[in-house]
Design a binder for this molecule. Structure first.
Ligand SMILES: N[C@@H](CCC(=O)N[C@@H](CS)C(=O)NCC(=O)O)C(=O)O
Length: 223
C-alpha cells in the first residue's frame, strides 16, 4: 500500500459488516487514500442509517457514503469510480474498452444482481411481511448467491483473461465486488466447493494487505 497522495479530507460512513462499505474500503486502501471512518450502526436503535442526520447525507438510507470536500457521494460503485477518476493509480478498471466491459460485467453481476437480494432491508421485509424465519431467510440468501456465483464461476473459469485476480494479475473493480460478496456467502454457510476459481481468487486477494485491512474484523467498529 502506498501512503496517501491525496488530501486526507475524506470521511467514509459505513458499517464494519456492510459489504458495500467493504468495497469502498478496499478501493481506498488500493489507492492509498486515508479516510476517517464514521460508523453507522445498521441495527442499533432501529438502524442509525434511518436517523435524520444520516438521511440528510444519503436519502437512500444505505451505507456507504463518502464525503469528500463537503460533497456526499452514495452508491459504492459511484464512489469507487470517483476515486479512480481523482486518483487514477493504480487503475481499478483496465484501459481497453472490452476489458473494461468485462470487469464491469463481473462487478455488476454481483453489485446489481446478487447483493441487493441479501440486503438487510430485504431480509427484514421477508421476516415482517412474509413471516420468514431465520433458516428461511438464510436459505433465500444462499439460493440467490449460489445462482449468481455459479454463473460467475463459469464466466471466470472459461476465460483466458482471468488471472490471479478476476481480470489479469492486478486487482480491479471486479475483485472489489467479489471478495465482500464471498464474505457474505461464508456468513450464511454457502457451500463454495463448486466455485474453485472464485475461491482461488479470494485466497490471492486476501493475501494483499489492501483487501485484508478492509475485512470487517479489522474495522474500528467491529463487534
Ligand atoms: N447499491 C448500494 C447498496 C448499498 C447497501 O445495500 N448497503 C447496505 C449495507 S451492505 C445497507 O445500508 N443496508 C441497510 C438496510 O438494508 O437497511 C451500494 O452499492 O452502495
Amino acid at each position: 500500500m502506498t501512503l496517501p497522495a491525496t488530501p486526507p479530507d475524506f470521511a467514509l460512513y459505513g458499517y464494519f459488516r456492510s459489504s458495500a462499505a467493504f468495497r469502498v474500503r478496499i478501493a481506498l486502501n488500493l489507492k492509498g487514500i486515508s479516510a476517517e471512518q464514521k460508523s453507522v450502526h445498521l441495527l442499533r436503535g432501529g438502524g442509525e442509517h434511518h436517523g435524520s442526520d444520516y438521511k440528510a447525507l444519503n436519502p437512500q438510507e444505505l451505507v456507504p457514503t463518502l464525503v469528500h470536500d463537503g460533497h456526499a457521494i452514495g452508491q459504492s460503485l459511484a464512489i469507487i469510480e470517483y476515486l479512480d477518476e481523482i486518483s487514477p493509480e493504480p487503475a481499478l478498471l483496465p484501459g481497453e474498452p472490452l476489458a473494461r466491459a468485462r470487469v464491469r460485467q463481473i462487478a455488476y453481476a454481483i453489485a446489481c444482481d446478487i447483493h441487493p437480494l441479501n440486503n438487510l432491508r430485504m431480509l427484514f421485509y421477508l421476516r415482517e411481511r412474509f413471516g420468514a424465519d431465520e433458516p428461511a431467510r438464510a436459505e433465500w440468501q444462499r439460493h440467490w448467491m449460489a445462482k449468481g456465483f455459479a454463473a460467475l464461476e463459469t464466466l471466470l473459469a472459461n476465460s483466458p483473461e482471468t488471472g490471479s485476480y478476476c481480470h489479469g494479475d492486478s486487482p480491479t473493480l471486479a475483485d472489489i465486488c467479489l471478495i465482500p460478496q464471498l464474505f457474505n456467502a461464508r456468513r450464511v454457510q454457502l457451500d463454495l466447493a463448486s466455485l474453485p476459481t472464485l475461491t482461488r481468487i479470494e485466497g490471492h486477494a486476501l493475501a494483499n494487505p489492501a483487501f485484508d485491512a478492509a475485512l470487517p474484523k479489522n474495522q474500528p467498529d467491529a463487534e
